[in-house]
Structure formats: C-alpha cells, structure tokens
Write a protein that binds this ligand. Structure first.
Ligand code: NAD
Length: 594
C-alpha cells in the first residue's frame, strides 16, 4: 500500500483541538484525493504560542505533517466504486441550499449598520434573482445617501476604539472571523452558486480561501504599524504607520464573497473601519459575511454593509466626507467615475479594474500543460474573472494543431446547473450580462473572425442565462474581440510570428492586468515577462495566487496593489517622527539689534 506524507499548515488552537485536526485531515484528503484508511499520525513540527493580555493562551500556529497511511488515490477509489455518485452530490447540494434559500426569502436582506440589520430609511427595496431560473432569492434593502451617511457615521464613531485596540486582540477577533467562515463554508458555497451561477466545483473552496485571507491578515495585525529607523547626525528619525480612517469598499458580482474578503480583511487588520457596498447583482453572501463578522465578536460599527445600486449608494459612499479612501473592484469606466466623484473630498483610491489578458504559447512550450491552462483560465468561473486569459496568442507553426485540440476541449465543456458537481460552466450572472456577451458573437462575425465553437445561448436546466463556451479564431489584434473585455466564456485566438510580434500584440490593448507565457526557453520567458505591460505575469503557470505577492494592474486595469504589506500601504498613512538627539544649533531669528 502506498504511503503519502503531506506537509500541511493550519492555524489551530494551541491546546490542539482534535476536532480541528480531524477537519484539517479531511481537507487535506479532499485537496490531495488521498484518503486515510489505516489511521493518521499527526506530528507537530512547530508550535508557537502567542500570549494575550490576560495570560490565557491565544491561537497557536501548528505546522503538521500528516502521514496518511495506506491511502488510496482518487482513481483507485473511483474504480472501486467508493466515491459518492455525482447525482448524490448534486442532490446533497440542493438539500443544503433549500432551507437556506427559504430563510433568505422569508427574511430578505437588510443593511448591517452599527451592528444592526436595518431597512433603508426610504423603505425602498430591490429584488435579487437567481441566474439559474430567475427565481426571486430575496428582497434587498435599497440604500441611498441617507443610509450611507448612517453607515459612514457608525464607521467614524467606531474607528478610534478599533484603531486603539491592542493588535493581539484584533488579531484574535479576525481569526475568529476566519473560524466562523470555515464553519459555514459549505453554506456559503451553495448560496454563492445560486446567487451568481458559478459552478460548485469552483465555489466549493472559495469560502476557505476567504477564511485564509482573514487568517493571513490577522497574523499581520501585530506588525502593521512597523516602520523604519533612519537616523541622521542630529536626530533619530523613525517612521510608523497609522490606519487612514473609515474606508469604503465597493465590490463586483464575480466571486463576491472571496473578493470582498480580499479588501475587508486587510482594512480591518490595519485598524480601519469599513463601509462595504456589495454589487447589486450578488448581495447574498455579503449579507452573510457581515453577520459572521458580528458573530465573531468584532465590535459594532467596524464593518457596515449597505446594499444598493452603484449610482446611488455606491456614488454616495465615494462622496462621503467621513470616508477617507475607496477600495474599488469593478469596471474601468466605473473606476473613472469614482475618481471624479471622490475628487472634491480628495479620496485616496485603489482600483482593480478590467482586463484583456494574453496567454502566449510558444512552439517550444509543454503544449499539453499549456492547453490545460488555456482552457482553465478562460472557461473556469464562466469566464467572469478579471484575470482570465481571454486572448490566446499562439505561435504560427503550432497554431493549427493547438487550435484543433483546443476546439475539441471547448466542445466537451459541460454546461449545467451550478450545484451539479459535473458542471464546468453555469449560467451567467444576469440577463443584461448575457446580452452583453452574446452581442460579441455578432461583433466577431462583423469583424471577419470565425466562431469555431459556440456563439449561441444554451438551453440549460432552469432555463437561465446559459451561453455556449465560445472560441473565436481567425482574429487580428485590432479587432474588437481582441481589444474589449467580454467577461464571459469567450476566447479569441490570434496567431503570432515570433517573440517581438507576440509582445507587440500582447501590449496593444488599453488593459494591463495579467499575462501568461508558455515556453521552455527560460531566457525568453524572462525577456517576455519584462516586456509585457501587465501587473502580474505567470510563466508556465495558470493564475495561482500567493497572498503576500502584489496583486493589481497597469494601464486601464488599475491603480495600486493588494496583498501582503501592499494592502497596508493603502489602508494606512505613513507618519514620520523626528527626535533631536541633543542640543543641535537652531537658527535664531528676530534677535533685536543692539
Ligand atoms: P461594475 O463597475 O459595474 O460594478 C462594481 C461595483 O461598483 C458594484 O458594486 C456597483 O454597484 C458599483 N458602482 C457602479 N457604479 C458606481 C458609481 N458610479 N459609484 C460607485 N460605485 C459604483 O463592475 P461589475 O460589472 O460588477 O464587475 C465586473 C468588472 O469588474 C469587470 O470589468 C472585471 O474585470 C472587474 N474586476 C476586476 C478585478 C481586478 O482585480 N482587477 C477583479 C474582479 C472584477
């Protein structure tokens, strides 16, 4: 029997809570496909304790090596009929979603302001519908400037106490938020699927990733204020950082839960209070997040959530004088509007915007791996992802063969109900977005490109906003389908001659978020990475996010960077303090002449 050793890290209670150890083993098994049959040995290789003010042990950090003895890999288990059937998982997902949706319909969604769920002052609401079948999921409070004012005032009042709370305490609370998210991870996954149309296979772990964001920034609370010591002859000069104040976070509808935590977790860790305005097309999990944060014990007013329409609630947030900065994720044109709206109150802005990202495949690449990555990076998450590689730049010599294989893969993609584990492509978020994506079928044809696969809507379960995954060939770099962000399962293929040609085509768009390069020539990989006008480049890899690394785009794809310390640079002000070492000479003015 094979043995597997897995290095696995997890934040666990220092007293070694066995339930959590079992949970970690379960997760390791799911992630690796290796299931323990012959017992589990857990070896702690590192265990640190952090003390908190009252002397009780705080969360420790335990690195474990799990030895999953006599495991069987997924293929063996599948052959032996040991895996649950896809239809059983689909039913289990539906069973999990049903009571949650019933509750949601009954309760509706209110704003979370100063720790209380409240209706809009105007009493106005809007409906949120499922992209699967159009069913009304909930009636949602429609916030306007008055509600934003209440939330911003609550955030301003809560700011001082949150800023001055000992960092160890803030850290503890943010770890509790992560715990609360993990406890509800499966609920969050099914709700997100029904609210956004994303396939469960991609959403299953999204909440765990969100919890990781909170853990990562929780652990950074204690050094968020760190600065530099820059001594000069006559002074000790030090810098420190302080939170900027209450901030606004405005998020889009794609992977809304995870994306919101990218922004909210570092803001809270920095000591800022937050007013969050989630996207109106996907308010469900943002509501849950605000409840989980409260449940974890984060003080009232620290995270406030106001639902509503961008041009109303969103605009009011960007204009509110108590809000010091706006972290925004969304379309480039909205970013430009926000910059103008925030100008009179001198808002600091951080923008993560659109993209038209190239994946460049050279003749000498590992073509099988490149093909996997190309398909994954545009057809996962319904292509509704900012980092999707929506332009395939393929070297001429291999273009025909590569496109042939690509065509077969795109044709085989499984469109279906988002809760079905077999589904690879679910319905698009909204009928307006479906219309936008479908409009590009005509744009492609009109420009003289060829729709090799797809190009039509799809009659999927529930009759929702399904579209066929689409592959466009015969395109040139200056066509609209090679220039504009479609934000759907829509890939445009453009052949290139050589390295310089590839770079020129890749850079000839207004965007500059990510770039992907596939080649076995490392010199070339680095040259191309250097020449690409994009904030993030992956060489021989799909997009794999490592939390300390800078995340953000160039050109029309954004301003500023997220991740690790980069997030603190945005949510904090750097302050310089200078102390005279002794009695240095001070120029004397205004001395009366004798
Ligand atoms: P959007 O710009 O339409 O909306 C985003 C948010 O802004 C929503 O909450 C909306 O209500 C709000 N909003 C709209 N108008 C506003 C205004 N005038 N003032 C204040 N707020 C306003 O974007 P979307 O359609 O929800 O999301 C898709 C876009 O997001 C795509 O372009 C995608 O590339 C981008 N995106 C970028 C990243 C990144 O990291 N670069 C990540 C995810 C999504």
């Amino acid at each position: 029997m094979p043995h597997f050793t897995i290095e696995y890290s997890a934040n666990l209670d220092a007293r070694v809570d066995m339930d959590k150890v079992v949970e970690v083993v379960r997760k390791a098994a799911v992630e690796t496909g290796i299931f323990p049959l012959g017992g589990i040995r857990v070896r702690a290789v590192r265990c640190e304790h952090y003390a908190i003010a009252d002397g009780t042990p705080d969360f420790g950090f335990l690195d474990m090596v799990l030895r999953l003895g006599e495991g069987r890999d997924l293929a063996t288990r599948k052959k032996a009929g040991e895996l649950p059937k896809s239809s059983d998982v689909f039913q289990a997902n539906r069973d999990r979603a049903a009571p949650l949706l019933k509750q949601l319909r009954a309760d509706g969604i209110g704003h979370m302001i100063d720790g209380k769920i409240v209706a809009s002052i105007s009493g106005e609401t809007f409906e949120t519908n499922s992209p699967v079948d159009g069913a009304v999921l909930a009636s949602v409070a429609r916030g306007n400037a008055e509600d934003i004012d209440r939330a911003a005032t609550a955030a301003a009042l809560a700011f001082k106490a949150w800023r001055d709370m000992p960092a160890t305490m803030r850290k503890k609370l943010l770890h509790r938020v992560a715990d609360a998210i993990e406890d509800r991870a499966d609920d969050i996954a099914v709700l997100e699927c029904i609210d956004t149309g994303q396939a469960h296979r991609f959403m299953a772990k999204a909440a765990l990733r969100a919890a990781e964001n909170f853990r990562f920034f929780a652990d950074k609370c204690t050094d968020a204020r760190d600065g530099l010591n820059m001594p000069s002859d006559e002074h000790w000069n030090v810098s420190t950082r302080v939170p900027i104040g209450p901030v606004g976070v405005i998020t889009p509808w794609n992977t809304p839960f995870m994306l919101s935590t990218w922004k909210i977790a570092p803001a809270l860790a920095a000591g800022c209070t937050v007013v969050h305005k989630p996207a109106e097309w996907s308010p469900v999990t943002a509501d849950l997040l605000s409840r989980l944060v409260k449940q974890a014990g984060v003080p009232d007013g620290v995270l406030n959530t106001v639902h509503g329409i961008g041009e109303e609630a969103g605009k009011a947030l960007t204009e509110h004088p108590a809000i010091k900065a706006i972290a925004f994720v969304g379309e480039t044109s909205t970013g430009a509007a926000i910059m103008a709206q925030g100008a009179p109150s001198l808002k600091r802005v951080h923008f993560e915007l659109g993209g038209k990202n190239p994946v460049i495949v050279f003749e000498d690449a590992d073509l099988d791996r490149a093909l996997d990555a190309v398909v994954f990076m545009i057809y996962s998450l319904n292509g509704e992802r900012c980092t999707s590689s929506s332009r395939l730049l393929i070297q001429q010599g291999i273009a025909e063969k590569f496109i042939e294989k690509l065509t077969a893969r795109v044709k085989a993609l499984k469109i279906g109900h988002p809760l079905d584990p077999a589904t690879e492509i679910g319905p698009l978020i909204h009928e307006r977005h479906l219309e936008k994506v479908c409009a590009y079928f005509d744009v492609a044809r009109k420009d003289g490109a060829v729709i090799a696969v797809g190009g039509k809507t799809h009659d999927g379960p529930g009759g929702g906003h399904y579209v066929q995954p689409t592959l466009v060939t015969g395109a040139h770099a200056n066509m609209r389908v090679a220039q504009e962000e479609v934000f759907g399962p829509f890939l445009t293929v453009i052949p290139f001659r050589d390295e310089n040609d590839a770079i020129e085509i890749a850079n000839a768009v207004q965007y500059g978020l990510t770039g992907y390069v596939w080649t076995s020539d490392m010199g070339r990989a680095l040259r191309v990475a250097d020449a690409l006008e994009a904030g993030m480049i992956w060489l021989n890899s799909e997009n794999v996010r490592h939390l300390p690394t800078p995340f953000g785009g160039m050109k029309s794809s954004g301003i500023g960077r997220d991740g690790g310390d980069y997030s603190f640079e945005f949510y904090m002000e750097t302050k310089h303090v200078s102390l005279a070492r002794g009695t240095h000479k001070i120029q004397r003015l205004g001395i009366p002449s004798s």
